[in-house]
Write a protein that binds this ligand. Structure first.
Ligand code: AMP
Ligand code: MG
Length: 324
């Protein structure tokens, strides 16, 4: 049902986003994100942030699309995976719009939405997605009739790892972009633990080592940030490349906030060109959490004959998504 005018609502974590799409055309994509000067996300506070702003974000998106709520054919909301209190605000907004304006709705999986928006806005046809965000890090592809996870983090997401180190060295939240700026000032590589286990990656050992080296005061912080990026991103790309080889796919698609990183983009392009593959990178506004990706995915899967439940699924895995 891709020609429906769909309002997509994203609220899995720090961002409350509303996108309005028609087919693969994005008419509006507005968001408001919860940030802190120090410390990480406190789920209840992020949810309070979303409660405060959700009506405004919805009305800003309608204004940007030059539409009225009565023009909306479908509401698509992210039902998971994510933080329960934050997901509940997206659910509440959906429920209100559904009850007041009788607009049908569908819930979608946030990780799948990162893959679908990339396919919709780039020329990628059948890619392997490297999805590296705050909480999630997975290598995903549609294979054998369903979305499958070929590799993933065994502990924290790449973004949370970056942010944890950023916090440790006093950069506030989110630390990823600030680490990237510091890394650009160095090309002095310090050898760090490289943890690829089969098709999975792990960041906690790397984080511990980085904290120790930072505390030792023997290294410049720029050198630590540079070496951190080189090591962590090489781990992600080793697993992505192996997934491409295993699935016999020659397209890599990037998704997730960490993919805004210029060095990760560059390394991805190098890996793809070395194996005669293609690298597809959506605009940064579509890499980070956003409502347009939820709208595009909901419109793709919506079946008007099906009855959908208004519910959240905080722990839904990519490979649990039902495909009809
Ligand atoms: P997401 O959860 O997909 O919205 O992504 C948020 C994560 O992306 C946070 O952990 C950020 O630190 C990280 N991030 C955003 N921009 C960059 C960047 N330029 N380099 C590295 N990480 C980034
Ligand atoms: Mg995300």
């Amino acid at each position: 049902m891709v020609n429906l005018i769909t309002l997509g609502i994203e609220s899995t974590a720090h961002t409350f986003g509303v996108g309005i799409v028609k087919g693969n055309k994005i008419l509006a994509n507005v968001k408001k994100s919860y940030t802190t000067e120090s410390g990480g996300i406190i789920p209840m506070q992020a949810a309070k942030h979303h409660e405060r702003y959700y009506k405004q974000v919805i009305s800003d998106a309608l204004k940007e699309a030059k539409l009225d709520i009565k023009n909306i054919d479908l509401i698509s909301y992210s039902h998971g995976p994510g933080l329960g209190p934050c997901l509940r605000v997206g659910l509440l907004a959906t429920k209100e719009l559904h009850e007041e304006f009788k607009i049908p709705f569908i819930g979608v999986n946030h990780c799948v939405a990162h893959l679908e928006v990339g396919k919709a806005v780039t020329k990628a046809k059948n890619p392997v997605l490297l999805y590296a965000s705050g909480a999630n890090t997975q290598v995903i592809a549609f294979e054998g009739g369903k979305y499958r996870v070929f590799g993933e983090t065994l502990d924290q997401g790449t973004g949370n790892f970056l942010d944890a180190f950023g916090r440790y060295i006093g950069l506030g939240f989110p630390g990823g972009p600030k680490i990237s700026k510091l890394a650009e000032k160095s090309n002095n590589f310090i050898s760090l633990p490289y943890s690829v286990k089969g098709m999975d990656v792990s960041f906690t050992g790397l984080l511990t080592k980085l904290k120790q080296l930072y505390d030792s005061k023997e290294y410049k912080v720029e050198d630590l940030c540079y070496s951190l990026q080189e090591t962590a991103f090489a781990m992600l790309l080793e697993v992505s490349e192996r997934a491409m080889a295993h699935c016999d796919k020659n397209e890599l698609l990037l998704g997730g906030g960490v993919a805004c990183n210029t060095r990760l983009k560059k390394m991805s392009e190098i890996m793809c060109s070395e194996r005669d593959g293609k690298c597809f990178i959506p605009d940064n506004s579509l890499l980070v959490d956003n409502g347009a990706m939820i709208g595009i995915t909901g419109a793709k899967f919506y079946n008007p004959n099906k009855k959908y439940k208004l519910e959240i699924r905080p722990y839904e895995r990519t490979d649990d998504v039902e495909i009809k």
